[in-house]
Design a protein around this ligand. Structure first.
Ligand SMILES: Nc1nc2c(c(=O)[nH]1)N[C@H]1C(S)=C(S)[C@@H](COP(=O)(O)O)O[C@H]1N2
Ligand SMILES: [Mo]
Length: 216
């Protein structure tokens, strides 16, 4: 848990701190860890569960890992705050899981891939720029603070994208789609900002500037 056990923190872009010493504008600290999602909590079945990478892969083939294979992938731990667009932030989480960058190594995208869609159970989805997915702190998290995720928090795996609002991190992830063009995910189609940078308060799609997203 101690900062002393962490890797040295690399220099940050201005306005996008790596170590979130302060809250993004408009956020307040939330104690505990509320669960928030649209729809029901899916039931996990280890016999049928898999994680797929499909779309514009370099091999043009779909990749998939069953539960045992997924659990054998390389793992890391990242400390990151969770910022919900409804303005609460859960600070200081230690997420453990498979770096998204490791998935990109194992299932390389074809040339020309610019975005990914991360798909969860029941069709929830979030679109990300490839660079945000490939960020060294983006994680397919299976644990928080050393404990496996509970069902309501995304067991067996959720995406954590430390730099973005939490809706960009689907719980109950089942697939990653490589895309050669941007396309809106679940909340991005329902009035939320395509890019979702909390440090810029990119909350709603009406704030988007030309080039921030695909045409609606
Ligand atoms: N599958 C799925 N993932 C989701 C959501 C959802 O509705 N469905 N909501 C998102 C939102 S808006 C937030 S704030 C976080 C909440 O995560 P938590 O319930 O673990 O606090 O999950 C994100 N991931
Ligand atoms: Mo949220």
């Amino acid at each position: 848990m101690g900062q002393s056990e962490q890797e040295p923190i690399p220099p940050s872009d201005p306005g996008r701190p790596e170590a979130e010493a302060e809250l993004p504008p408009g956020q307040r600290v939330q104690r505990g860890w509320p669960a928030l999602h649209y729809g029901p909590v899916p039931r996990f079945n280890r016999l049928t569960w898999d994680l797929q990478v499909f779309g514009a892969t370099a091999s043009a083939e779909k990749h998939s890992w069953d539960f045992a294979a997924f659990n054998a992938l390389p793992r890391t731990t990242v400390r990151a705050d969770l910022h919900c667009v409804t303005k609460f932030s859960v600070l200081g989480n230690e997420w453990t899981g498979v770096p998204a960058a490791a998935l990109l190594d194992l299932a390389p995208p074809a040339p020309g891939v610019t975005h990914v869609m991360v798909w969860a159970e029941y069709g929830y989805s979030a679109n990300l720029r490839l660079a945000d997915f490939a960020d060294e702190r983006t994680l397919l998290a299976t644990h928080r603070n050393g404990e496996p995720l509970t069902a309501e928090h995304g067991f067996p795996v959720r995406l954590v994208v430390p730099r973005l609002y939490a809706w960009k991190g689907p719980k109950w992830v089942r697939a990653v789609e490589y895309m050669r063009a941007d396309r809106r995910g679940f909340w991005e189609e329902r009035g939320y900002h395509n890019l979702a940078d909390p440090w810029r308060q990119q909350r709603y799609s009406h704030q988007e500037e030309p080039g921030d997203g695909p045409l609606r």
